[in-house]
Structure formats: structure tokens, C-alpha cells
Design a protein around this ligand. Structure first.
Ligand code: G1P
Length: 272
């Protein structure tokens, strides 16, 4: 059973500067709600019971967003009839029970973030989500958990992208393609066009096996000086570990670039 979700939240958010110099990009509101909450809602609906947030110690706002009881209690005392406020606080309290924090003080990449979660990981597989990749209309995590249940393998969310953009993504190589899935036989982080094994890109959802931790432990830094989860996945794929691409049915909204973020409010309102 996949019941835990890791959400790396220690990135610099360079593509969203200057906004992200003050507010962590995962808390920037899209239609009145941070993208982090959209991601959490998707997870809860898919059966996730625990979130592991990987944050830097010197960025307290994410913790504060979810754990600010004193502040809420003080206001609720003054505004006893504010139903919305009570509803909001109730939701926050529900999330509080589900969140654990793990610290990553340098933005050393997704692989390093996963490694930092070691002591909390329980089952054979866990979910990892990148908070700037929103997928709406159809629950992608649910689709992936179903594919994992059917196959017993690991799963990565994927969609076709324009070939000229492959160097922006992790790109999957595959065989045995069915309508909505395929068996992965290669994966390369941000390849040059002539190195890309296909034009199916990784979008930020992964169901990973716990054994990936032992690969990550000895892994050297890759592109951009970061420890990429993509490189650890490649090692496992080359050892014949089963990884499936889930060609998700929902609508992808890229919130990780300024243009994407600007478009996201309008895009998301069409599907809610
Ligand atoms: C990360 C991953 C990449 C993936 C992308 C999806 O890249 O490293 O494999 O395709 O997310 O958004 P980043 O967006 O951090 O550059």
C-alpha cells in the first residue's frame, strides 16, 4: 500500500524570482490557494495518509502556514461567528496530523531530499511529488497507485512534450507501450535532443521503491551539481527493476516558471 508522500520543498525557486525570494514558490496562491494544497488534496483523495515535507531550516514559512494555532485561536476568539475561519482552521488541523518535517539545508536535488527521509519511510513503496507540477481534472496519483497495484512495479507520471523542449525534462525510454502506460527501459535527466530516448517527459509524480535509498547513498552528483532521483531510477531500470510510465489523463499545469504561474490561475479555474 502506498500511504506516504514525500514533497521536496527546499528548491531555490530561481525561475520564479523575485516572488520566490520572499514567499516559497509552493505557497504562492493560485486562485486563492497555494499549489502545495492542490497537491495535498490530490494525495489525500488517492489514499495518502502521511506527508513528509523536506524543507530548509531557514525557511520557516511552510511550517508556519500549517502550524500557527496560537494565531488562529486568537482570531477565532474575537470572531466567533466567522464560519469560514473555523472551516479553514479545521482543515489546517487535519493536515497537521499528517505532516512530518525533514530538513535539507542545501538545495542538493530530489535524490538528496529522498535520502533525507530515510528514517520515516515504512512500506515497500512511497509517492514523491514535485509541487510545481499541478495535474487537475483527473487524479494522477490515484491513476499511478492503481497502476502500481496492478503491476507491483514503480510508476512515473509522464506526458508527451515537444521534441525541441526535451532538455527541460527528465525523458523516458520505453518498450511495450499500451494506451496509457509503458514499461520504462531508460531515463535521462535533461538530455540534448540527439540523446533523448523519446519525447515522453517525467512530470513530477513518482511511486518509488524503498530500495532506491541504497542506490542514492552511493550516488555522485549529476547535472547542475545536484543528486537527481532520475539518475537513481536509471540505475534501477538498468538492473531490470520494473518502472512503468503512466500517461496521465488529467490536465497539466506547469507552475514552476513565471509564465506558467501567470497562466495557472486562469487554467485551473476552467477545471474546478
Ligand atoms: C524536475 C525533474 C525532471 C522533471 C521535471 C518535471 O526538473 O528533475 O526530471 O521532468 O522536474 O517538472 P526541474 O523542474 O526541477 O528542473
Amino acid at each position: 500500500m502506498v500511504s506516504q508522500a514525500i514533497i521536496p520543498l527546499a528548491g531555490l525557486g530561481t525561475r520564479l524570482l523575485p516572488l520566490s525570494s520572499v514567499i516559497p514558490k509552493e505557497l504562492l496562491p493560485i486562485n486563492g490557494k497555494p499549489n502545495l494544497e492542490y497537491i495535498m488534496e490530490e494525495c489525500v483523495q488517492a489514499g495518502i495518509r502521511q506527508f513528509i515535507f523536506v524543507v530548509p531550516k531557514n525557511r520557516p514559512s511552510i511550517k508556519k502556514y500549517f502550524f500557527n494555532d496560537k494565531f488562529y485561536k486568537k482570531i477565532i476568539k474575537k470572531k466567533r461567528n466567522d464560519k469560514r475561519l473555523k472551516r479553514v482552521f479545521k482543515k489546517i488541523k487535519r493536515y497537521q496530523k499528517m505532516i512530518k518535517f525533514v530538513y535539507q539545508n542545501k538545495p542538493d536535488g530530489t535524490g538528496d531530499a529522498v535520502l533525507k527521509c530515510k528514517k520515516f519511510l515504512k512500506g515497500t513503496h512511497f509517492l514523491m511529488l514535485l509541487a510545481d507540477d499541478l495535474i487537475v481534472k483527473k487524479n494522477c496519483s490515484k491513476e499511478m497507485i492503481n497502476l502500481h497495484k496492478r503491476t507491483g512495479g514503480s510508476v512515473i507520471a509522464t506526458r508527451k512534450v515537444e521534441r525541441k523542449t526535451v532538455s527541460r525534462w527528465g525523458i523516458l525510454g520505453f518498450k511495450n507501450k499500451a494506451k496509457n502506460s509503458f514499461l520504462i527501459n531508460d531515463v535521462i535527466e535533461k538530455p540534448k535532443i540527439n540523446e533523448a530516448p523519446s519525447n515522453y517527459a517525467i512530470i513530477g509524480r513518482y511511486i518509488l521503491p524503498k530500495k532506491i535509498l541504497s542506490v542514492l547513498k552511493g550516488q555522485k552528483k549529476g547535472k547542475g551539481g545536484e543528486v537527481h532521483i532520475t539518475d537513481a531510477i536509471r540505475t534501477l531500470v538498468k538492473k531490470d527493476e520494473k518502472f512503468y510510465g503512466n500517461i496521465f489523463q488529467g490536465k497539466y499545469i506547469d507552475c514552476g516558471t513565471l509564465q506558467g504561474f501567470i497562466n495557472s490561475g486562469l487554467a485551473i479555474s476552467k477545471y474546478l
